[in-house]
Design a protein around this ligand. Structure first.
Ligand SMILES: Nc1ncnc2c1ncn2[C@@H]1O[C@H](COP(=O)(O)OP(=O)(O)O)[C@@H](O)[C@H]1O
Ligand SMILES: [Mg+2]
Length: 289
């Protein structure tokens, strides 16, 4: 049983070069997550949520500062140790399901269990049980293309939880679904994470979904702010969306256009959708003023 935090981040910094200009996305972030705690990472598109999750998920280097997962310092791990830590202790859910298209729902969930060394029969039982809990008992042998968007994300949730990770990292896990479906899938996701006892860091730009979690941290101008109390009382201060936003959006559109041929289609679609959503938010807020 883990007693200390499952995740401890200290003074994390990350910047990117964009067209010769250095953009400081994370400017010295610190946070700790206790076992079983579910934390929302709130912030508009472009605020750096995915950058933070990717660093914490040991998916990308290039940052300064300390990331400790279950008391292991990421920077001191070699590639094999990082892989082991990710496989045994982390679960990932993305906005798009990233399920393997040629495998059935149950096979997609079995795979990480087998990779972690589970026996075939145990893996099948665990996968079927998880999918059953998520209401997919009658869809076990469907392929992703035969499932609805909400069902696909439920499979992705089951896959992320299969190995009982101590920490689940979810990047807008229902951001690709219509509002009603998103609410349903999100509630099931929270219920299951609580039942299984995992901790989670969940990126969202949705304040209503954020309010369902134990703690809410807002990422703004590269810093994290605890806004749990404001969210609970409906008093979250509205940030001026115009500060730096239009420049950043225009830059990102240009960057996306020039990268269109190099990016995997899923990535391109996701980033384009993110950007349009941000533009919609920007325009509607500007109109209201
Ligand atoms: N690989 C990268 N190269 C250059 N800039 C990047 C890269 N990844 C992210 N960024 C920039 O960092 C900022 C934050 O991006 P991101 O973490 O994806 O935000 P969010 O997930 O909150 O929408 C954006 O301005 C984005 O353009
Ligand atoms: Mg993102």
């Amino acid at each position: 049983m883990q007693h200390g935090p499952v995740l401890a981040v200290h003074n994390l910094k990350r910047s990117f070069l964009q067209g010769g200009e250095r953009i400081e996305v994370l400017r010295g972030i610190s946070l700790a997550i206790a076992p079983g705690e579910i934390v929302a990472l709130l912030g508009p598109s472009g605020s750096g949520k995915s950058t933070l999750l990717q660093a914490v998920g040991l998916l990308e280097g290039g940052f300064e500062g300390s990331i400790r997962i279950l008391d292991e310092e990421a920077a001191t791990l070699d590639a094999a140790e990082r892989t082991r830590l990710r496989r045994d202790s982390l679960g990932f859910i993305y906005q798009f399901h990233h399920l393997l298209p040629d495998f059935s729902a149950v096979e997609n969930v079995i795979l990480p269990l087998l990779i972690a060394g589970a026996a075939q029969a145990d893996a099948e039982n665990r996968a079927a049980q998880l999918l059953g809990t998520l209401g997919l008992g009658a869809r076990l042998h469907h392929r992703p293309s035969q499932l609805s968007g909400g069902e696909q994300q439920r499979v992705a949730v089951a896959r992320a939880l299969a190995n009982r990770p101590a920490l689940i990292l979810a990047d807008e896990p229902t951001g690709n679904l219509d509002e009603a479906t998103a609410d349903l899938v999100f509630e099931e996701f929270l219920r299951l994470v609580r039942e299984e006892g995992g901790a989670a860091l969940v990126a969202t730009h949705n304040e209503r979904l954020a309010s369902r979690m134990d703690r809410v941290l807002r990422l703004h101008e590269g810093q994290l702010h605890d806004v749990t109390a404001q969210i609970a009382s409906g008093q979250l201060p509205v940030l001026d969306p115009r500060i730096g936003t239009l420049d950043a959006m225009v830059r990102e559109f240009h960057q996306l256009q020039t990268a269109a041929d190099r990016l995997p289609p899923d990535d391109f679609d996701r980033r384009t959708a993110d950007l349009w959503r941000a533009v919609d938010g920007y325009v509607s807020r500007s109109d209201a003023q």
